[in-house]
Design a protein. Sequence first.
Length: 543
Amino acid sequence: MSAAPSPDHDAVIVGAGFSGVYLLYKLREAGFDVLLVDAAAEPGGVWYWNRYPGARVDSQVPIYEFSMPEVWEDWTWTERFPGWQELRAYFRHVCDRLDLWPFMRMATPVKAARFDEDGAFWRLRLGDDENVTTRFLLPALGFASKPYIPDLAGLDDFSGEWCHTARWPQEGVDLTGRRIALIGTGASGVQVAQEAAKCAGQLTIFQRTPILALPMRQQALDETAQTRRKADYPAIFRQRLQTSGGFECQSLDVSALVVTEAERAAHFEDLWQRGGLCFWYNNFADLLTDEEANRHAYAFWRDKVRARIADPALAEKLAPRVPPHPFGTKRPSLEQNYYKIFSQDNVKLVDLMETPIERIVADGIETADEKIACDLLVFATGFDAGRGGLIDMNISGRGGLSLAKAWEHEVRAYLGMAVSGFPNMLFAYGPLSPSGFSNGPTSSEVQGDWIRDFLVWLRNREFHLFEAEASAEKGWTDLVAQAGAMTLFPKADSWYMGANIPGKPRQLINFPSVVGYSALCDDVANNGYAGFAMGRPPTREAD
Ligand code: NA7
């Protein structure tokens, strides 16, 4: 008898966004032989792919960055909400500081991943013809790696240029003087609209559901003040681990319904003035669990926005009297001048609830009412969040079962990281973890530390195999659904609920608290990684 052959690597990480880069750093530090691969030409994850005009993060400095001092000590941001170019530069800086480049291969897509049951390792196909084996497979694809383009009749007939915001051409697209049709008014749509309105010949924005956008309150950052603030960074980074969203502060510990009207209005106003996502994350305790509390927040938001729109008919479309969904159950975006651009002559809103798109034609879009000429069509139509990128990796586990098949009726994952039937695989920033609900770097660090500890624990005990037990996977999947049922999230047709993709199972796709998630993961670790079955690799007959 001889031991089964050793795989090429201890771990292969797929994805060079926050979660993948952090994992690489932590696993290298722990002495593992790790390779990181990514289809993108440069690290940055979503900040590599989302390079449309105006693309920027909705979380403020210093929340949206790694907590390691060697990374932040000599890094300075120029804006409170940095843009994609600066975020890309930040990733290069991180890889320099942490000396990660030798272990990263960019422009290297994983085309397929198959679990080898005899050897207890993964066989990966990289690009068209390279094969690599790894004991552990660690996809870190982010929740928004698979763009969604709606199936609109006639798109093939369109003679102009078209693209999705997350597949913006590397060389850029000149918007000046163009007749632009923009479909979608989520976070990406709002950002594109604000830039396109500056220079387009005509910008037509096709809105299905109004976005409940909050004031960004962007600021240029002064280097001296930023350096002074760094004394507080360790405390800020510790604090963000103690919150639901992974942000600087928690929501108020008080119901919106027990305070006076004046107190409620004062708190709303304070959040509004602070800007960013504060009005969402730092609101009253029951914003996302009580309809009446939520209605108060919506009414405040609506009145603020309507005060900025002169035309009452337009105001009703952008900020309707009756909420389209409870406030915050779809991701609010941040805006700088979004509600103002509609007063420009070159900007027009088409309400798809009144006049749906009938078809795309060679030179424009036809609705029931009119034909809107355009030569550039921008899809800001979102993502198959959570599961899409993982399914596209063609992952097959025990018995050749594909992940697509395993998740056909429901996405299931223990701790939002492991799937029964897919041994030795842990994904970071994936479905059923806090990912889409939380600040990316915070969740990435929580999960990265946990994965590193688990792999060290396995190594110390000479286990080469782990697999989530089906009962543990079901327990976790049910827990996320139960947590969701206690909130208002199921009341919106959002990507959080999987409702943006035709045919996708409807379920809450994320665990709604970083601090709660972290405590549950710690419990599992402290109980000898309960819910996982461990094993040693099989031996095989000597030749
Ligand atoms: P989102 O937030 O999923 O927004 C997608 C937008 O596209 C939203 O307004 C959708 O309207 C609209 N949409 C989707 N399909 C269609 C069709 N078929 N017709 C018309 N309009 C459509 O994606 P983003 O890229 O903006 O943001 C994704 C996340 O990235 C964001 O939440 C942040 O976490 C960062 P709907 O609301 O579904 O009616």
